[in-house]
Design a protein around this ligand. Structure first.
Ligand SMILES: N[C@@H](CCC(=O)N[C@@H](CS)C(=O)NCC(=O)O)C(=O)O
Length: 213
């Protein structure tokens, strides 16, 4: 399998798919395209006519969009283990991912993922605070529903991969969190796969400070 991704530092959508593959120990090769550099758009279009990363190449198939990739990986390579086994938890997890996939625009815009940077004294607008509050409510709901002291739905799942970029955002922008949720973020950040992603982000030299990715 090949996973085409953007910059480790900035590409939140890429992180989702990469983290799922890495956390489950699947064998794959990464093709990194430095976003917003000359020729990047053309390079991406060689893999995906929609011009976006991530893209998964497997068995002659091209799968684009982080949610489709995670679903495909779970179905074809994890025997469904990308999602919680319990149907109620699975439905909750799918809803959480769909909400992340389509929402939280204020947070995304104001706090773009930048893994290697920490920002102090961030002024949080009412709209961003609303997104943060909803995410914290969703995380607490998942952890309480699954009685988990580990990941959102117990074992690591696609939902954790989907919210990992938010973990980097809340941490990097110094958002203070209730103890239970800070502990969740710490567990995600401590994953060897997340440590590896951060190291790769720190090794990158491209700087696209103003871009929202
Ligand atoms: N819905 C898509 C969104 C992917 C997306 O927006 N990717 C950004 C990078 S994180 C991208 O490829 N940007 C390059 C561009 O727009 O030229 C997904 O989930 O994969």
């Amino acid at each position: 399998m090949q996973l085409v991704i953007g910059n480790h530092n900035y590409s939140s959508w890429s992180l989702r798919a990469w983290l799922l593959l890495r956390q489950f120990g699947l064998d794959f090769e990464t093709v990194r395209i430095a976003l917003f550099t000359p020729g990047a758009a053309e390079q991406i279009k060689r893999y995906n006519p929609a011009g976006k990363v991530p893209v998964l190449l497997d068995n002659g198939l091209i799968i684009w969009d982080s949610l489709s990739i995670c679903e495909y990986i779970s179905e074809q390579h994890l025997d469904g283990k990308g999602w919680p086994a319990d149907p109620a938890l699975r439905a909750h997890a799918r809803s959480s991912c769909a909400e992340m996939h389509t929402g939280f625009m204020a947070l995304r815009h104001a706090m773009p993922m930048n893994c290697r940077r920490t920002v102090e004294n961030v002024v949080i607008s009412a709209e961003v605070q609303q997104d943060i509050d909803r995410i914290l409510q969703l995380w607490s709901g998942a952890l309480n529903l699954s009685a988990s002291e580990q990941f959102l739905y117990g074992e690591f799942s696609i939902a954790d991969a989907f919210y990992a970029p938010v973990v980097y955002r809340l941490t990097g922008y110094g958002v203070s969190l209730p103890e239970q949720l800070q502990a969740y973020c710490d567990r995600v950040l401590a994953l060897p796969a997340c440590q590896e992603w951060l190291k790769l982000a720190q090794q990158e030299s491209e700087v696209i400070e103003e871009e929202e990715v």
